[in-house]
Design a protein around this ligand. Structure first.
Ligand code: HEC
Length: 130
């Protein structure tokens, strides 16, 4: 091999590597977006939980994929296992004072009409995906 050809081969190998990395990157992105999509109700619940003007659950709870969560409440994770009965989870959000006592800092979302029954149902549907 002449030096010139060797340089060419090295260069094309580098280009090939760069291209394969680019493809690997886009394959990763495709995989991430192929994650199970949320139903309409679950997505609505997520929007409520993440929105500052509605549930704002993120202000106090860490939630998967939520940015800048607060740490006043426990992380919301494995909710289906921890609350096998949906009604119990609904009740905690409707009025956490029943379960945690009057001093709880979490607002009684249903009892204080911050969220409607339908909205809390959607939040519960979403929490069940966590
Ligand atoms: C102002 C802070 C605050 C906000 C806002 C808040 N929570 Fe909480 N939440 C808490 C605290 C504190 C607890 C822990 C109670 C305890 O363990 O003593 C809690 C407990 C819970 C629990 C029970 C967790 C468990 O481990 O049993 C659930 C479920 C929950 N919150 C859901 C929500 C949802 C859904 C929202 C939004 C609609 C929300 N919280 C908004 C502070 C908050």
């Amino acid at each position: 091999m002449t030096p010139k050809i060797r340089t060419l081969t090295t260069t094309s190998a580098a280009v090939f590597l760069a291209i394969s990395f680019a493809f690997a990157g886009s394959a990763g992105a495709a995989e991430a977006s192929a994650k199970p999509t949320l139903t309409q109700d679950q997505q609505a619940g997520k929007d409520i939980a993440f929105s500052k003007s509605e549930g704002n659950c993120l202000a106090c709870h860490a939630i998967a994929n939520g940015e800048l969560p607060g740490n006043i409440g426990p992380m919301l994770v494995a909710m289906k296992i921890r609350y096998p009965n949906k009604e119990d989870l609904f009740k905690v959000i409707w009025d956490p004072r029943e379960k945690f006592g009057k001093g709880i800092i979490m607002p009684p979302f249903g009892d204080h009409k911050i969220l409607t029954k339908e909205q809390i149902d959607q939040v519960v549907d979403y929490l069940y995906t966590l």
